[in-house]
Design a protein around this ligand. Structure first.
Ligand code: EPU
Length: 337
């Protein structure tokens, strides 16, 4: 194992904040990962994927292992179904494009989400009406304390809204090495229910969209609304959309008749955190180089030299004012390290 010391993680996190890893190594396959774990005698290592859902607020004193495990394959077909499998270190969007090139449906709404395949199940990535769990089949992961390879089916992952067992009971305990998904070869189950997709398709004169049309629409919407991390450091949605009881929504509607919401389970709704943050006056504001994005208040950005701590402070101030104004507590979606 080639362990390097005192490595900058600036290029390894999409916020582009400076933070150092005391020890750093990269693994290209499961065997290399197991070997690294066997040789490393220190505290449990930290697994780094695409760095697109983390906020680094200080040095990481443990070993950081960058998951570069690659490979993509169609592993089986039956009827209208196809199963694909990809290494945890593969780029998510490249997997989406590859599956679309093969004519496989299921990932089109999840186009252009930053990050890696291995990170996708951890927070059950979702966008434009779809979540990973709907196409998820199974995953393989190495337990960091023992080096043992375990399989998890859909039920074992306990997916929820931006949530899974890997964000809760098993947080930080596994490295996801391979993910397998169930896609469609024909009769695709298209989802154009999200308003922005419908409008984009209409404006392009597409009446009977294909999986490619939907993917292109999602790419256009995301490119317009969300900042490109290469240009402006960010980690996508910083907060989750809070689950709010219907009774509380009804109270809020008296003062804010236009409050947007999505149905969510029985007796509750999700209120867009972006709306709450905008109403609390934060949209487009900045404190030093830490800012709240001008086009989508749910996204916090690094205008250049912000530290992780400064972005975290801004997030706390936003949480505070949303709670004071609406009585709603925003939960951070990004992993703060
Ligand atoms: N809104 C505002 N002001 C804002 C932003 C949003 O008023 O600054 C309101 C608008 O009413 C808008 C509504 O919020 O219609 C919803 O906004 P949007 O369609 O942008 O979606 P979102 O609920 O803010 C969620 C996901 C995104 C995902 C989009 C589309 C979460 C935490 N975020 O955002 O996911 O792309 O829906 O499906 O659920 C991510 O997780 O990193 C991410 C970008």
């Amino acid at each position: 194992m080639n362990i390097r010391e005192n490595i900058s993680l600036k290029a390894h996190n999409t916020f582009g904040v400076e933070a150092r890893a005391r020890y750093f190594t990269e693994v290209n396959n499961t065997r290399e990962l197991q070997e690294a774990l066997r040789q490393w005698a220190g505290e449990r290592p930290f697994i780094l994927g695409g760095g697109s859902n983390i906020l680094l607020t200080g040095e990481i004193n443990r070993l950081v292992i960058k998951n570069n495990i690659g490979g993509r394959a169609v592993t089986g077909t039956a009827g209208d179904k196809a199963w694909i499998s990809a290494g945890g270190g593969e780029n998510w969007h490249r997997l989406v494009l590859w599956s679309l090139d093969l004519g496989l449906g299921g990932l089109e709404n999840l186009s252009l989400i930053p990050g890696t395949v291995g990170a996708a199940p951890i927070q059950n990535i979702g966008a434009y009406g779809r979540e990973l769990r709907e196409v998820f089949h199974a995953l393989e992961a190495v337990e960091l304390d023992t080096g043992a390879l375990h399989s998890f089916d859909k039920e074992a992952c306990r997916f929820g809204y931006r949530d899974s067992i890997f964000k809760r009971e098993l947080k930080g305990r596994y490295c996801i090495t391979r993910v397998s998904l169930e896609l469609t070869t024909a009769n695709h189950n298209l989802d154009t229910s999200y308003g922005a997709i419908r409008q984009m398709l209409e404006s392009r004169g597409v009446a009977n969209p294909t999986i490619h049309d939907i993917s292109r629409a999602v790419i256009a919407i995301r490119s317009e609304k969300l900042p490109d991390p290469e240009v402006l450091g960010n980690s996508g949605s910083f907060f989750k959309n809070p689950e709010t009881p219907l009774t509380q929504l009804e109270k809020l509607q008296k003062c804010y008749p236009d409050i947007p919401y999505y149905p969510f389970g029985e007796g509750s709704v999700k209120v867009p955190a972006g709306w709450l943050i905008e109403q609390a006056g934060w949209k487009g504001k900045r404190i030093g180089d830490a800012g709240c994005y001008e086009k989508q208040a749910l996204v916090l950005v690094n205008h250049g030299q912000a530290s992780g701590k400064e972005i975290f402070k801004l997030a706390e101030r936003i949480q505070q004012s949303v709670e004071e104004k609406f009585g709603i507590v925003l939960e951070m979606e990004v992993n703060v390290i």
